[in-house]
Design a protein around this ligand. Structure first.
Ligand code: HEC
Ligand code: HEC
Ligand code: HEC
Ligand code: HEC
Ligand code: HEC
Length: 494
């Protein structure tokens, strides 16, 4: 099932322009010169993400009541009193409430990283981007007029993405930039849109919505396009829609609304007085942001996020000699597979999300003789084999943080769903070490570097946790040199 929504679709044709070929050649030459020890081969087919066609820009501003957000309300004016607070729902939907309460989406407004970047974006654009950001991070705040563009926003207390947000969405008008249609009806409380055809609640009317059972529901917020120049910034939905998961009918909900990775069973009730259901959809919405959960002191959710990350990838040595002689170059290849994420690994917030290999070789004494992928000065050291998207401004300079300046995708080697990457290392084995050598590779993740946090919030405000998603080990024997070796006294004794 592939649906065409031209305004968000990346180029599917796979055509290569002269510019992209020359860019490719230049990159290749640079790789050959500078990255002699490290070469990342992305999965085939990854190239189209790097040079996507620009999205055709959204409907004209006059047609969008919250421009540059694409949110709409069916021409109604919304007020705060049309929405309940989530604590009202808690009365009957206790479990769901507790799951949601510690989810990242529940913190979407009060997230300090978000607030700090919002403040910068707002100042840099005279408030022109305010509705854009708020439209996804507090839909109710924006549509009820509690957040006024151009006014200081940090101090405003509005809900993040809460119960009433998702369950008053009746439709979507597109697949990015907050294109949900938020339409609480005239009843108090309003009718709730949900996945059941036979839901009966003593408190509210219910309406079946097939949209809620599909990834398209999430697409309104999980595809971010630069509102003024059309550059794709986040593409989680598109990544999923082009993957085998879509073909197999596996939706975002099937991985993010279950009790945990790989667990599909969840019989029970979604509400007091509710019907017994074969499978109740959980509301943890677990992702990878362990650091944010630590910050908000949510240890259970932090552990869920670690488990989610560990379920996402596998890594093996696919090329490594069994033995080697001191003084020789060793060539090692690792295969990193995205086995569990229904989109790229990593996906989402491009300025931050990073997966990388920390590869270490040590001798039998534990001395490190080679390392690539250490963290230095709060970021991964130069030369690290990482999986990340790099965005650029209109002059082709890297944009680290000021996302409003983004004009193009400079590179993107994140691993496609069910795809893999090969990571190569070459290192010199010294002549005077004791074998066997231990080769250790950790596949690490962080939602953003410590450097980025320190820059946004100041030092000591938030500690970034590095999560090891998976590891691989290999032992490499050291062959003694022949009888004519120059330094017989140093020959390995194994
Ligand atoms: C007095 C108890 C009660 C309260 C309060 C309550 N609900 Fe419900 N809700 C129910 C029951 C019972 C069901 C039916 C469950 C079933 O059939 O499995 C239900 C079903 C739902 C459904 C599923 C609808 C469908 O068609 O699939 C949604 C969504 C929902 N509630 C959202 C909310 C939200 C949001 C709030 C807070 C504004 C809320 N509920 C408050 C009792 C309540
Ligand atoms: C990010 C959006 C989102 C938020 C926030 C959210 N829900 Fe849901 N909810 C959904 C979706 C989507 C489904 C349907 C999943 C499916 O069927 O695939 C759902 C399903 C439900 C159901 C039916 C569950 C079942 O299996 O029968 C209830 C009840 C419900 N939600 C209540 C709530 C309450 C109460 C809150 C707040 C504590 C809440 N939701 C917050 C998106 C959301
Ligand atoms: C109204 C907009 C909106 C909708 C609809 C929405 N999301 Fe989100 N979601 C967000 C925002 C905003 C964040 C980021 C909050 C933050 O980090 O401050 C987020 C965060 C998340 C995260 C946590 C990511 C992490 O890094 O840990 C997951 C997982 C997620 N959403 C899944 C879903 C799924 C699945 C759906 C559809 C069922 C969905 N979302 C629908 C806005 C939305
Ligand atoms: C096959 C299971 C699966 C499906 C389908 C899936 N996800 Fe995920 N998702 C994961 C796993 C595993 C992770 C943790 C690894 C990671 O961070 O990429 C994750 C992470 C995320 C994150 C955190 C971003 C990051 O990389 O730090 C977001 C946001 C998210 N998913 C949203 C979605 C949305 C939206 C959809 C549907 C368009 C979706 N997911 C479909 C399994 C899935
Ligand atoms: C189309 C919806 C949408 C818009 C518009 C949007 N965001 Fe987000 N934002 C998201 C989603 C979804 C995530 C979570 C992605 C992930 O987990 O990787 C997110 C994540 C973030 C994060 C990372 C938070 C964390 O704790 O890791 C920051 C910071 C952020 N957004 C800031 C902004 C700012 C500033 C703007 C306006 C310039 C903005 N966003 C506009 C949907 C949106």
């Amino acid at each position: 099932m592939i649906m065409q929504y031209p305004h968000t679709e990346p180029d599917r044709s796979g055509r290569l322009s002269v510019a992209s070929i020359s860019r490719f050649l230049i990159t290749l030459v640079l790789i050959l010169i500078t990255s002699y020890t490290h070469t990342v081969l992305a999965s085939p087919d990854a190239d189209k993400w790097v040079h996507p066609t620009r999205s055709i820009l959204q409907a004209s501003p006059e047609k969008l009541p919250f421009y540059p957000s694409r949110a709409s309300t069916g021409d109604s004016t919304l007020t705060e009193s049309m929405f309940d607070v989530s604590e009202t729902c808690q009365g009957c939907h206790q479990e769901i409430y507790h799951q949601w309460k510690d989810s990242v989406m529940a913190q979407a407004w009060r997230d300090p990283i978000y607030k700090a970047l919002l403040k910068r974006a707002s100042a840099a654009t005279d408030g022109k981007l305010d509705n854009f950001c708020v439209g996804c991070h507090s839909p109710i705040g924006m549509t009820t007029g509690q957040t006024t563009p151009g006014q200081p926003l940090e101090a405003v207390d509005v809900p993040g993405v809460n119960c009433e947000t998702c369950h008053n969405i009746s439709d979507i008008s597109g697949r990015d930039n907050g294109a949900y249609v938020l339409t609480p009806d005239q009843n108090t409380p309003s009718k709730k849109y949900g996945p059941r055809q036979d839901a009966e609640s003593p408190y509210h009317a219910s309406s079946y919505s097939s949209l809620h059972t599909r990834s398209e529901f999430c697409s309104a917020c999980h595809n971010v396009t630069h509102p003024f120049n059309g550059t794709p910034i986040e593409r989680t939905y598109d990544e999923w829609s082009e993957s085998a998961y879509n073909e197999e009918g596996i939706q975002c909900q099937d991985c993010h609304m279950t009790p945990g990775p790989g667990v599909q069973q969840n019989p029970g009730k979604s509400a007091l007085m509710g019907k017994e259901r074969g499978k109740v959809f959980s509301h943890y919405f677990t992702g990878g942001n362990v650091t944010l959960h630590n910050y908000f002191n949510q240890p259970e959710m932090a552990e869920r996020a670690r488990a989610m990350l560990r379920s996402a990838a596998k890594m093996d040595f696919i090329e490594a000699p069994k033995s080697i002689t001191g003084g020789q170059m060793a060539t090692i290849t690792l295969k990193v597979r995205n086995t569990g994420a229904g989109h790229k690994l990593p996906t989402g917030f491009p300025e931050g999300r990073e997966v990388w290999v920390d590869f270490q070789v040590s001798d039998s004494q534990g001395n490190t003789i080679f390392r690539s992928g250490a963290v230095k000065d709060g970021h991964t050291e130069p030369g690290t084999q990482n999986f990340k998207v790099t965005l650029g401004d209109k002059n082709g300079n890297v944009v680290d943080l000021n996302v409003w300046e983004v004009d193009r995708v400079l590179s993107d080697n994140r691993i496609l769903p069910k795809g893999y990457a090969l990571v190569k290392y070459r290192f010199m084995v010294p002549t005077d070490v004791q074998g066997p050598l231990s080769l250790n590779a950790n596949l690490n993740y962080w939602p953003f570097s410590q450097k980025l946090v320190d820059e946004l919030l100041g030092e000591g405000k938030m500690k970034v946790e590095i999560v090891t998603m998976t590891t691989a080990q290999h032992s490499l024997k050291l062959q003694s040199r022949s009888a004519f070796t120059l330094h017989p006294q140093k020959t390995s004794t194994e």
